[in-house]
Design a protein around this ligand. Sequence first.
Ligand SMILES: Cc1cc2nc3c(=O)[nH]c(=O)nc-3n(C[C@H](O)[C@H](O)[C@H](O)COP(=O)(O)OP(=O)(O)OC[C@H]3O[C@@H](n4cnc5c(N)ncnc54)[C@H](O)[C@@H]3O)c2cc1C
Length: 425
Amino acid sequence: MARWGRRGREPGPDAPSVLVIGAGFGGLATLRTLGRGGLRATMVDHNIYSTFQPLLYQVATGGLNPGDVAYPVRSFTRKYGARFRRGSLAGIDTGNRTVLLADGGQLSYDYLIIGTGVSAAYFGIEGAAKYTLGLYTRRDAIALRDHLFAGLERLSIAPEQRDVYITIVGGGATGVEVAGTLAELRNVALAVAFPEVDPARVHIRLVELGPYLLPPFAPPLRDYAYRQLVDRGVDVRLGTAIREVTPDSVIVADGQAWHTDITVWAAGVAAPEAVAHWGLPQGKGGRIIVEPDLRVKGQERIFAIGDIALIEHQPVPQLAQPALQEGRHAARQVRQLASGQATTAFTYHDKGIMATIGRRSAVVQLPRAIRIRGTLAWLAWLALHIVTLLGNRNRISALLNLAWRYLTWAHGGGLIVGDDPPEGE
Ligand SMILES: Cc1cc2nc3c(=O)[nH]c(=O)nc-3n(C[C@H](O)[C@H](O)[C@H](O)COP(=O)(O)OP(=O)(O)OC[C@H]3O[C@@H](n4cnc5c(N)ncnc54)[C@H](O)[C@@H]3O)c2cc1C
């Protein structure tokens, strides 16, 4: 007889098995909802932690510790009565209902939910993958931080000062956040943290292909973000296509080469190449095509959720909220199928979007055309991001570190330093 634990019914050995691949926003939401459904759930991720991507830029700019944005997956699976297996999805044998992991392991499933997220899209631009730094994983954030501080350190002992250029490619939320925070770092903290470096010689450049920043936002909020960056001394280049990236330059469409010391790539996302080996239908950006109920097109028992999933005729933004809502929906559909009921279509409830530019500067766009900007928006952004972090320890630590950053960095505080990047990186 099934028992009911603190968080729901404990599954018997014959209960259907659900394999959730990816411990991101979508996968964790799936597990949270499944946890109460009496199914045998296993989560797989190639990391032993779940990463909170929205605050990666704070790790990259020395405001947060890497551990603040990472939560152990096992703490989560234990809480919801699921198992965890570290591994990377390498293939799917739909006939035998088995997944193949990159380390050779195999796991069987009755239902499979894929929420593996996306990574950088380079659009075939020569040198972009090789000579730029991304910001999708905790490793990326640490690498960017280490390049940044190692570069400043080298500059501080250089016999002669020279101009240093940091180029950020992509004027979406990530590009704006990185550019704004780096500009504040230069304007406020640099003089105290690196007194040998002349802040006027550190240049922050933001390059965007389109005619404005933050495309999903209403024009007044886009304009606000643009002005805020310009006021902070960011060189914003709109309508500018990058043709090639070299180790020390970005070459724009008209052939001009702009010198750059560090190039951050935040120009768009696509499914990683590995997805092509899973044998599932892929649409725009390599995303897995799903039906309205989130089952993969042509598949009875496989779902895709979050950034990697594409509902062809009703695409939703690649953000945390859609991933969370899709994760919950997929879990409910599995429960319905397991009890012989039909599935229902997913409906996205738009709760709004937000982006931050820097201290006391952010934009918030809520349904019913409610728009907020400035300090209030920044406080709302801060509160939401702290609350949605996983784990009280991470919340307290992030709150402390961000408070320290924004209250003390004019006095040289608030910088979390790392090591030199490994040789060759
Ligand atoms: C820098 C940055 C800032 C962002 N800021 C915001 C923001 O402020 N607000 C917002 O709403 N959204 C933001 N986003 C977007 C948001 O983070 C994503 O939309 C969300 O994380 C998508 O959730 P997901 O579950 O689909 O995938 P993810 O959260 O990316 O999780 C995917 C998981 O799958 C794992 N994985 C990947 N491939 C495999 C594999 N082959 N095998 C096993 N495991 C695998 C990964 O390790 C990861 O744990 C930001 C994204 C980035 C990169």
